[in-house]
Write a protein that binds this ligand. Sequence first.
Ligand code: SAM
Length: 387
Amino acid sequence: MASTKEFFKKKKEWSNYKDALLGSYILPYFNKIMSTGVEVVYIDGFAGKGKFDDGTSGSPLLVKEKIYQAKANSKYNTKITPYFVEYEHAVALRSNLCDASMNVVEGDYRSEVPNILKNSVRKNIFLYVDPFGIKYLDFSIFTQLNPQKYNSVELLLNFNSFGFLREGCRLLKLNMEHIEDELPDFSIESNDFKNDITNMNKIANGEYWQDILADYNAGKIDIFQAEKLFLHKYMLELRKTFNYVCRIPIRHSKSKLSKYQMIFATNNKHGIILMADNMIACNNKMAIDINGGQPCLFDYEFRVADCESFIKDELPDEYMELKDFYSSLYRKKGFLYLTKDMNNAIKNLEENGEIDIVRYPATTKTGKVSRSMNFYQNTIKIKRKQL
Ligand SMILES: C[S@@+](CC[C@H](N)C(=O)[O-])C[C@H]1O[C@@H](n2cnc3c(N)ncnc32)[C@H](O)[C@@H]1O
């Protein structure tokens, strides 16, 4: 097994995607959540060293900057309390963060995060989980993010689903086809333990993964179908706590094999819309990177031409708030279009008299009829025009 020091030598290219997802979400999240006036507790459960040996920032330094920006620009004086939990590199992390208000907690994710949560009842919680592998991902920590106990809860998780299935095959003594591109298995000797089926049940929050792997072993499904089924069930488990759960596979090559999944869970409609935009943008960037910088025929730029007819087909027959319309589309159809493109499509339909829209306030500050599509600040309702 590789030493964790290897991991921090150089940031891997595919880590940039997870940083981009965290970085582009967390600042608007802080900006929005600070308006609740309720303290925000940001927890990075596997924080790392803060900095890679090649000089690039890890998640703690990235988030520290965003906290500074949020505080500098917000008209609300809401407290943001960050906790960076790290088992092995806490000393280096503290020195890299170089700010005593960035709380570094030296210890194990599985005991430290529940402690922090216990002391954060009624606050806004954001949990970022970026482990090596899957072994320490005890699902009961996610179950503790009970929305009744906190003002709000959000989770961004790096989950190595193929790693889970590979480990499941090993423990159930099944053969798994050789899959290249494995992520090295990093481990910390002083905190290592022997993985077993009971621990895998704890990670998955059930035994369903064993049936999926049995079907795979019997040749009924291939490993990619197994992964899809497994992720579906895993996300259903998260759905017991969060209204909205979504994911994006992070890839580095044309192979169908993903490095890991970034899974996001929230109870907040604005949160899912914002993350949908980020995930679609990340997916586009990834597709272009994989294609050597060239857009290809299946890319977003080509698909977006169909956005208007898609929206037209999906319009509700009764008035519905735009943000509800978007979040229900994401739930029903997946992340297809950026909100800016769906907004443009709706504006076109409005200009062509093909949609009914009401806005509150109906006029702008200067008394003009509002044409706003800003559903964060205004109430915008739409419905299909009855002919
Ligand atoms: C993938 S790295 C995190 C990288 C970090 N998010 C970044 O962007 O730089 C995982 C980190 O978790 C730490 N770690 C491993 N097991 C842990 C545990 N049980 N509790 C807390 N930290 C742990 C490792 O030392 C390592 O620094």
